[in-house]
Design a protein around this ligand. Structure first.
Ligand code: EPU
Length: 333
C-alpha cells in the first residue's frame, strides 16, 4: 500500500493540472482496501481512476484513493459468452487490447479510451455506438458507508448516457472488480457513422480502425494534456431543437440524433464550433482545433482558472446563441 501526505497529483490527472492532496492512498488488493482505517484519513475522501475525466480546480484538502487492483480472470475461455472478472485498477485500453488478442468481441469499439476499469464502470464510458454497460453483468464494490463488500447487477447500476447509480451515490461505493461478458461469436458493431467500410473480420481489425479514427480527432495524451470530451452532448426537446435550427447559419443542416421518446441529441462539438471557439485560447488552455468538444492544456502550464474561464465562456456563448445549456462531462474536484 502506498500512503503519502501532501502528494503531488500532476502525474495522476491527464489534464496535468498542478494540484496537491493532503493524503494519497493507493491499495493493491481488496484485502488492502478493507484494512484501511478510513476514520483516520483527512476528509473528504475521494476515489479516482486514471484521472482522465477529472479537473482538479485547486488543491484537495482530503484524501485521494486509487485502486491498483490489477488482474484479469477468464472464467471459461471455451464458452460462446466468456465471463471475465477484471480488477478496477486495470488500464481499460490494456484490457481491450488483451480481449481483442484473444479474438473476443464486445470491447473493440471502446479502444483507446483513457482511464481504468473501475472509473469506466462509474461513468459508463462510450464511443462508436457501444457503452461499457453493454458488456457489464455485475460490479463488486466496497460500501464506504456500511464498511462492507457488496455486489450489483447491471440493472442495479442504473446506467444512462455517462450516468450511473455510482455517480449518483456521491462516492459511497468503491468498485473493486467488474464482471464483463464478451463473445467468441462475431459481433461487429459498425452502425455508427464514420465506421462504414471498416474491416469486420476480427475484433482486432475493428480496434485498429477505431484507433486510427481517434488519433485523427483527439489529442495524443502523451503530447497534450486533456480530459477527453469536456462537455456532454446535450439532449433537448423538439421545441428547443427548432430554436437551434432558427439560430443556425442560413442553409446549414444541424446534425442531430432522435432518441427513443422523441428527445433530440445535438453534438456539443457542433454547437461550440458554430460559436467560433475552435482553437480559442485562455491562458495556457485552448479549445482543440480538430475536436472542439475537447479542452486541452495547450502550453502544459494551463491553470485550473484558465480551464474554468474557457468553460464559462463556452457555456455562456452557446447558451446565448442557441438557448442550449451545456453541462461538463469532466468531473470538477
Ligand atoms: N463536429 C463539428 N465540428 C467539429 C467536430 C465535430 O461540428 O470540429 C460535430 C459533427 O457534426 C460530428 C459531431 O460533432 O458529426 C459528433 O462528433 P463525433 O460523433 O465524432 O463525437 P462526439 O459526439 O463529439 C462522442 C463522445 C466521445 C466518443 C465519440 C465517438 C461524448 C461527450 N463524447 O463525441 O467520447 O469518442 O462520441 O463515439 O459523448 C469522451 O467521452 O471523452 C469521448 C471522447
Amino acid at each position: 500500500m502506498l500512503k503519502e501526505y501532501n502528494f503531488d497529483l500532476s502525474s495522476r490527472n491527464t489534464f496535468r493540472m498542478k494540484a496537491r492532496c493532503a493524503c494519497f492512498v493507493e491499495y493493491g488488493s481488496v484485502d488492502e482496501l478493507y484494512s484501511i482505517d478510513f476514520d483516520s484519513l483527512p476528509k473528504p475522501v475521494k476515489h479516482i481512476g486514471g484521472g482522465s475525466n477529472l479537473l482538479f480546480t485547486g488543491d484537495f484538502p482530503g484524501t485521494i484513493l486509487h485502486s491498483a487492483i490489477k488482474y484479469v480472470k477468464y472464467v471459461d475461455l471455451g464458452l460462446d459468452e466468456v465471463p471475465v472478472v477484471v480488477g478496477s485498477g486495470v488500464v481499460w485500453d490494456d484490457l481491450v487490447a488483451e480481449l481483442c488478442g484473444h479474438g473476443l468481441w464486445g470491447a473493440e469499439n471502446l479502444s483507446l479510451i483513457p482511464g481504468e476499469v473501475g472509473a469506466a464502470a462509474v461513468q459508463n464510458i462510450g464511443a462508436y455506438g457501444v457503452e461499457i454497460k453493454d458488456l457489464i453483468s455485475g460490479v463488486s464494490c466496497f460500501d464506504l458507508q456500511e464498511k462492507k463488500p457488496c455486489k450489483f447487477s447491471v440493472g442495479e447500476c442504473a446506467y444512462g448516457y455517462r450516468e450511473s447509480m455510482f455517480k449518483e451515490s456521491g462516492g459511497r461505493y468503491i468498485i473493486t472488480s467488474v464482471l464483463l461478458r464478451v463473445s467468441r461469436v462475431p459481433r461487429p458493431r459498425l452502425e455508427y457513422k464514420g465506421l462504414a467500410g471498416v474491416d469486420p473480420s476480427s475484433p482486432g481489425a475493428i480496434r485498429d480502425a477505431i484507433i486510427a479514427i481517434r488519433r485523427t480527432k483527439l489529442p495524443d495524451p502523451e503530447e497534450t494534456g486533456s480530459a477527453g470530451s469536456f462537455f456532454k452532448n446535450p439532449v433537448i426537446t423538439a421545441a428547443d431543437f427548432v430554436r437551434v435550427c432558427d439560430a443556425a447559419a442560413p442553409g446549414s443542416i444541424v446534425p442531430h440524433y432522435v432518441l427513443d421518446g422523441g428527445m433530440i441529441k445535438v453534438p456539443a462539438a457542433w454547437l461550440i464550433d458554430q460559436c467560433g471557439f475552435k482553437g480559442e485560447k485562455e491562458g495556457g488552455a485552448a479549445v482543440y482545433e480538430k475536436q472542439p468538444l475537447v479542452i486541452v492544456n495547450a502550453t502544459g502550464s494551463a491553470t485550473p482558472g484558465d480551464v474554468l474561464e474557457l468553460e464559462r465562456r463556452i457555456i455562456a456563448t452557446v447558451h446565448e446563441k442557441f438557448g442550449v445549456e451545456l453541462h461538463p462531462e469532466v468531473e470538477h474536484i
